[in-house]
Design a protein around this ligand. Structure first.
Ligand code: BDR
Length: 353
């Protein structure tokens, strides 16, 4: 077991837009990436890119996945649980505990992203050998999140690639939770009010704006955001995708099968309007995961207070970036601006080996 470590101090305030090149590299060495276990707890709404992110983490050297908590989002929470078990099965990692969480947002109607991920979240590809839901833990996701963080104080990087309902409920149950985290990594939100779900709303934040608001305001721990525009601008080429899926492994075969539906959807007019910066493979959730797995992935980030718009005909769920400091918040999130894409490609390749 990794030796107990004190929670690292909140990072020194940095000037916005400051390049973090050297620091990322240094941190990665200090933390001995590949030598010391990095403890991750992952909260997902397992669609295809969540599956890719989980597989990336499972393949990363020196990473220990303490558990996977499930929440509504891309599909129903029951489908999400089943999908996570399917991913763990193909990776031969069914020992990772899986917990069922919230089945709907705090307020409002449930959304889904069936148009992109398939109705079942994994491309509607039949899987007669899918593990049964009896493999789920009896403990609920929110209570498991609190327990696991308390048992590993200062060591857990929480990675959230879904609507933030479970995280919001957890901090309401245990307000001290964020102070016991090593860091929080979120795929969600937007920086230029580009929507992919509503005019100005990114899916994960729009699917539960109240939860996103609670998390961005109450989690006063080092917080890293891989926002929608960042993921679009860092898409991978379809040539990379072909080589990635052509690897001779069960994992690659599985991915090719579940990804077919989204690849088709990526070529539709709707998707072309959603995305920025041309065609290609956007594995949205994998960027937040890559940052959690290896700090040196993040080459450059902005540091600003952030929040979420809760009212507004077109802006509900939109992320607010407080560049002028008008919200009087002391806590600033790292908004990832530049990632080490060569490193990212290696992590993605390894995920399907
Ligand atoms: C996010 O929405 C979901 O459909 C994806 O899984 C990703 O987490 C992108 O906006």
């Amino acid at each position: 077991m990794a030796p107990a470590r004190k929670r690292p101090a909140q990072p020194e305030p940095e000037r916005s837009s400051k390049k973090r090149k050297l620091r990322g590299l240094q941190n990665s060495r200090e933390e001995g990436y590949g030598r010391m276990k990095k403890k991750l707890l992952v909260d997902v709404d397992c669609g295809v890119d969540d599956a890719q992110a989980i597989m990336l983490a499972l393949a990363a050297p020196g990473v220990e996945l303490l558990g996977i908590t499930c929440v509504h989002g891309n599909t129903t929470v029951e489908n999400v649980c089943r999908n996570v078990l399917r991913v763990l099965q193909v990776c031969d990692k069914l020992e990772v505990p899986v917990f069922k969480g919230a089945d709907r947002p705090i307020l409002g109607n449930r959304l889904n992203a069936g148009h992109f991920h398939g109705k079942d979240g994994l491309g509607d590809a039949p899987d007669p050998n899918a593990p049964g839901l009896d493999r789920l833990q009896e403990e609920g996701a929110v209570s498991a999140m609190i327990r696991i963080v308390n048992e590993n104080q200062g060591e857990v990087s929480l990675v959230a690639t879904a609507p933030l309902t479970n995280l919001a409920l957890a901090v309401r149950m245990d307000p001290s939770l964020p102070s016991k985290l090593k860091g929080l990594y979120i795929m969600g939100g937007n920086t230029e009010s580009r929507g992919n779900t509503s005019v100005c709303g990114e899916f994960n934040f729009t699917a539960d704006p109240e939860a996103a608001f609670i998390v961005l305001n109450d989690y006063q721990c080092p917080t890293y955001l891989a926002c929608w525009e960042f993921t679009c601008r860092n898409k991978l080429s379809w040539d990379f995708c072909d080589a990635w899926l052509a690897q001779k492994s069960h994992k690659a075969q599985f991915m090719a099968k579940i990804f077919r539906y989204s690849i088709e959807a990526s070529k539709t007019e709707r998707f072309e309007k959603e995305v920025i910066a041309g065609p290609g493979l956007i594995s949205c959730d994998s960027y937040a995961m890559a940052a959690a797995v290896d700090d040196s992935f993040v080459l450059e980030s902005d540091q600003f207070p952030v929040s979420v718009e809760l009212v507004g005909t077109h802006t509900r769920g939109m992320m607010i970036v407080d560049t002028m400091g008008l919200l009087n918040k002391t806590h600033k999130a790292f908004i990832i601006k530049k990632g080490d894409m060569e490193k990212f490609k290696k992590m993605m390749m390894a995920a399907l080996k």
